[in-house]
Design a protein around this ligand. Structure first.
Ligand code: NAD
Length: 258
């Protein structure tokens, strides 16, 4: 049985991940953490997630170290915000708990800080700005398309999300830009990213390759956040079965797409 702690347990993603964990035969929710001083402290995480009582109470992140010691999870899943995730990963690493991080919006320094903590604690880790299977196949297609079309094509990325999304451009758009830049041996600065924040759009990404004569577009549209939670479930299993101590893996490793 894989023992799982979820950080961001009251959030949109955290609640879906808890719901999906409750339906797995090989997983058990053992801790549910939200922001320090959360008004939901003491409430049942399963009830908050709409899947009925799970007997796990929401705890504030100020008590994360104690909570990990008490509940002894194998994996901590983090869907919070960038500054919080950095702290949570450090605490998990000190406790020897592996991590699956879906949080986005890290600066280069925050990313480096997280990687240092993972290396120091020799914990196993999967970090991915987008856990959906479709998006990870989309990344592969974008890479192949860039290599096949070559450097005569201008590249532009358009991403659209709901108005509450905190970071822009999205982590997924930035990752697509990195992939294209690497495939074309071009600087990321030459790839324009346009961000749209409108209504309740779950997540749409379009990569456009163009010359004055033609355009090729690769599009991914997420229709439900459950797709990200399902990817997180795969990442939890992978990190325990195939994770490597001190090494950060991503969904390409989880899905065998590398
Ligand atoms: N990787 C993916 O596939 C994927 C998919 C969707 C969203 N995301 C990212 O996941 C993150 C969360 O998204 P969301 O839509 O669930 O946001 P949300 O705002 O609904 O939820 C975030 C939750 O984190 C809690 N939180 C804040 N500080 C915390 C702390 N220190 N410790 C524990 N919890 C804390 C908040 O109180 C909130 O309940 C964002 O960065 C988002 O971009 C990633």
């Amino acid at each position: 049985m894989i023992r799982v702690a979820v950080c961001g347990a009251c959030g949109r993603m955290g609640r879906l991940v808890i719901g999906q964990i409750s339906r797995q035969d090989d997983m058990k929710l053992v801790a549910a953490i939200d922001a320090p001083g959360t008004p939901s402290a003491g409430e049942d995480a399963g009830e908050l997630a709409g899947v009925g009582k799970l007997g796990v109470k929401i705890v504030g992140a100020d008590k994360l170290a104690e909570e990990l010691k008490r509940s002894k999870p194998d994996v901590l899943v983090d869907f919070t915000r960038a500054d919080a995730a950095v702290k949570n990963v450090k605490t998990a690493s000190e406790a020897g708990v592996s991590v699956v991080v879906g949080t986005t919006g890290f600066t280069a320094e925050q990313q480096a800080e997280i990687e240092r903590a993972i290396k120091k604690g020799k914990i196993r880790a999967v970090i991915s700005p987008n856990m959906s299977i479709g998006v990870n196949v989309f990344f592969k297609s974008v890479e192949g398309m860039a290599k096949m079309l070559g450097s005569d094509y201008a590249v532009e990325i358009i991403e659209a999300h709901h108005v509450d999304k905190k970071d822009a451009p999205s982590g997924t758009a930035k990752k697509a830009a990195q992939i294209v830049a690497k495939a074309l041996d071009r600087s990321e600065d030459n790839i324009k990213i346009k961000s749209i924040r409108e209504g309740d759009i779950i997540g749409e990404h379009t990569v456009i390759f163009s010359t004055p004569e033609e355009r090729v577009e690769v599009i991914h549209r997420a229709q439900s956040r459950e797709t990200f939670a399902a990817g997180a479930i795969k990442a939890i299993r992978h990190v325990i079965q195939k994770g490597k101590p001190g090494i950060v893996q991503d969904m390409q490793d989880v899905l065998g797409l590398r």
